[in-house]
Every structure is written in structure tokens, then in C-alpha cells.
Design a binder for this molecule. Structure first.
Ligand SMILES: [Fe+2]
Ligand SMILES: [Fe+2]
Length: 250
């Protein structure tokens, strides 16, 4: 009973966030978007988001080469990512901030490298885990938290984006679910290598995120919700999900 009540509350709060419930429009806790400290932190966070959307575009186009039958759908998902990139570029311009792209490239470099190796070796499961599960869950968590404290222009853009990211996560979930009997071992091994990177990326971004009023604990919670929901949706049991999630604790 309690569990389902909690689930319902979680669902309800997620729904409100996704729809951008009007209640938080007049939140008294919004940061001052005009300070140098805010803009300095935003130059890195905005760059990470822009680079993340570009990486996502590239990754879906690459995944399409391994899944030619899904090429049309994957190209559609990829194009959404470019739209997102444009939206977030506009958010930076709107605040008069220049995105620190070299910082963002470095931020993604390890995950980028692992994806490239998996792609070269034709390890589709690893590619899908990195992009369609880990990066999408990371984006969903960050965007949910950001929507609560964003400037009005960015808030509107981010609300549109986060709904698209669920479509991408669902794509990965669906493929991995259908192929779980053959891909589970690779999925677990790839998770063990790449989930700790996501945790490190969250740690690395925590200070700048805090300047934007984004709480680290909240980011981690939102990530774990999206990530564990995805694993559950794929058909993994509670013990397997707990084991996989433990890889974040290193
Ligand atoms: Fe995106
Ligand atoms: Fe996405």
C-alpha cells in the first residue's frame, strides 16, 4: 500500500514537472540570472548541455549504422537532438553567456571514447546503454531539476526538450527489452564501466549546478529514478537492478 502510494506521488510529481505545473512559476527561490557568478557557472553548464545534445545527435546517427532497419526512426531521434542543441544555444545567448565548449568536450571525453570503441567493435548493446539509457537518464534528471530554477525563456525550452528525451529513453528500453536474453551480459559489463563515469560527471558538475540552484542530491535522485525505471522496463528484476545501480558507488 505504502509503496504504491509513494509510486503514485512520484508519478504525480514527475507529471507536474513534465507539464511545468503553474504552481512553481512564482517560486520565490529562483536565483539571480544576472550575476557574474551565475553567468560563469552557466557558461559551463550550458556548454555541457549543448555538447551533450551534439553527442546525442552523433551517437544516434552512429547507432543507425549498426541497426539499418531502424535507420529512419534513429535519424528522427537524432534530428530532435539538433533541435535541442539549437534551443539551448538560444538559452545561453538570451542570458548573454558564451558557452565554454572546450570544457564540455573534456567533460564528455571518457564517455565519448567508450562509445567510439563500442561502435568500432559493433557492440550495439553498449552503444545503446551509453546513449539511450545513461545519457538520456542523465539529461532527463538534469532537465527536471533545471526546469524548477530556470529563467522563464530557458524553462519553456527545457520543458519541450525533456518530453523528447523520454522518447529516446523509451527507444533504448524497448530494444534492450526485446533482446535481453542475448544482451544481458554485455549490458551488465558495459554498465559497470560506464555508470561510474556518469556519477563522476555528476560530481564534477555539482558546484556549478549549485550556483544555478540545482541541488546535487536532487540530481542524483532524479537520475536514479529514470535509470532504475528504465532497467525495470527492460525486464530486469529487483536484485539485478540493485546490483547494476551499485556500480555507481565506487
Ligand atoms: Fe536531447
Ligand atoms: Fe535524447
Amino acid at each position: 500500500m505504502n509503496k504504491s502510494l509513494t509510486d503514485m506521488q512520484t508519478l504525480e510529481s514527475t507529471k507536474n514537472i513534465k507539464l511545468g505545473g503553474s504552481a512553481d512559476n512564482d517560486s520565490p527561490n529562483l536565483p539571480d540570472f544576472t550575476t557574474d557568478a551565475y553567468k560563469d557557472a552557466y557558461s559551463r553548464i550550458n556548454a555541457i548541455v549543448i555538447e551533450g545534445e551534439q553527442e546525442a545527435y552523433d551517437n544516434y546517427i552512429s547507432i543507425a549504422t549498426l541497426l539499418p532497419n531502424d535507420s529512419e526512426e534513429l535519424t528522427k531521434l537524432a534530428k530532435m537532438e539538433l533541435q535541442h542543441k539549437r534551443g539551448f544555444t538560444a538559452c545561453g545567448k538570451n542570458l548573454g553567456v558564451k558557452a565554454d565548449m572546450p570544457f564540455a568536450k573534456e567533460f564528455f571525453s571518457k564517455l565519448h571514447g567508450n562509445f567510439q570503441v563500442a561502435l568500432k567493435d559493433g557492440n550495439l548493446t553498449t552503444c545503446l546503454l551509453i546513449q539511450a539509457i545513461l545519457i538520456e537518464a542523465f539529461a532527463i534528471s538534469a532537465y527536471h531539476v533545471y526546469i524548477r530554477v530556470a529563467d522563464p525563456f530557458a524553462k519553456k525550452i527545457t520543458q519541450g526538450v525533456v518530453n523528447d528525451e523520454y522518447l529516446h529513453l523509451n527507444y533504448g528500453e524497448k530494444w534492450l527489452k526485446e533482446n535481453l536474453h542475448t544482451c544481458k551480459d554485455e549490458l551488465i559489463a558495459a554498465n559497470k564501466v560506464n555508470l561510474p563515469l556518469i556519477k563522476k560527471m555528476l560530481d564534477q558538475v555539482a558546484e556549478d549546478a549549485a550556483t544555478l540552484s540545482m541541488d546535487k542530491e536532487e540530481l542524483m535522485e532524479e537520475f536514479m529514478i529514470a535509470y532504475q525505471d528504465a532497467l525495470l522496463e527492460m525486464g530486469l528484476d529487483n536484485r539485478e537492478i540493485a546490483r547494476m545501480a551499485m556500480a555507481a558507488i565506487v
